[in-house]
Design a protein. Structure first.
Lengths: 196, 196
């Protein structure tokens, strides 16, 4: 007798629907607040199917909050040269934040980091260790780690102001406006003289 | 017969001790998590005395999280002239944050703002409306509100990185180092060309 495994009903469309519901509910309610049952109800699937696809609730959380993040991004941001690097980096971040499916995920990660040390460590890992420190180190300027954390403080503050506190006019400002306003800050933190 | 009112036992020292306990517990547990009973126990006073001094729990919270904030601060920061304004503003903020009794209060306010729209409104009010917008408006440059919110995003991100996520080396960096690194960012947001 063959085990009842293999292709579950619906296939990859079902998986995407579960992920979209998980993003929305984890973003709104946090990890503890959003139950697998509620996510299943929102995605209109049986909770057992969530376990079939993702295993544990924690694995579902990791899959749902995984950013569409190309590991070669730091390299690609650097490729055109140092000039304009800060603006490219701000644009790169806004292109992720401005996706309606990811804005609540980013807000949820920052919100969780404010309350929970484990989530804060996850945020440090994503923003500082995977993106900004490699970038700062590749530039060969002294104090790469301080530079990366300064740039990180501006980017996280921007996410906080734009996605969570939603303070106007910053929250509704156009992408290009923010890129031109904040890009030079990041550029100076990564490449400039910090003691001037 | 005279009512049993007037000077309660201990006087202003007792009041200060209650405020210090309230700061610590509200900072650690938030408004909901810290009970009047726990604050009274920590301050070694009868809970009735807290009601005598402050009335409601909410009034106690407001008194405990009130920053030692001089309403003439924006004026005084501007007095020496535009040059160095950003550095003075960062130094002014760090002088409050670095007080051991206020660091947990600031962390608590930012943490609450991440979770609760009412706390987010309080943070907007303090940082943006009372300090940064008057400053930006006094400078007479266009887009005063956008400038104030950009500066606010950097200051809140700095508090987030330094007091909450505690990302190194930024969390332990010396006051003067941060003033020189972040001051020019604030200076440019408030007085510079945002479209360069």
């Amino acid at each position: 007798m063959t085990a009842r495994r293999g292709r579950p009903p619906g296939g990859s469309q079902t998986r995407s629907r579960i992920l979209a519901s998980a993003r929305r509910l984890f973003g709104e309610r946090g990890f503890e607040g959003a139950s697998v049952r509620a996510i299943a109800a929102e995605a209109r699937v049986d909770p057992a199917l969530i376990h079939h696809y993702f295993g544990t609730k924690h694995a579902l959380y990791l899959a749902a909050t995984e950013l569409p993040f190309d590991p070669r991004a730091p390299q690609r941001l650097l490729e055109p040269g140092i000039e304009g690097l800060g603006e490219r980096l701000v644009g790169f971040a806004l292109d992720i934040w401005d996706r309606p499916d990811f804005a609540p995920v980013i807000a949820g990660i920052v919100r969780s980091a404010a309350a929970d040390p484990a989530a804060a460590a996850q945020l440090r890992e994503i923003v500082i260790r995977q993106v900004l420190t490699p970038l700062a180190a590749a530039l060969g300027r002294p104090d790469a780690e301080l530079r990366a954390t300064l740039a990180g403080s501006q980017m996280i503050g921007l996410a906080f102001a734009r996605l969570i506190v939603r303070v106007e006019p910053l929250a509704s400002a156009e992408r290009e406006r923010i890129v031109r306003a904040v890009g030079p800050t990041i550029q100076r933190y990564l490449t400039g003289d910090l003691d001037d």
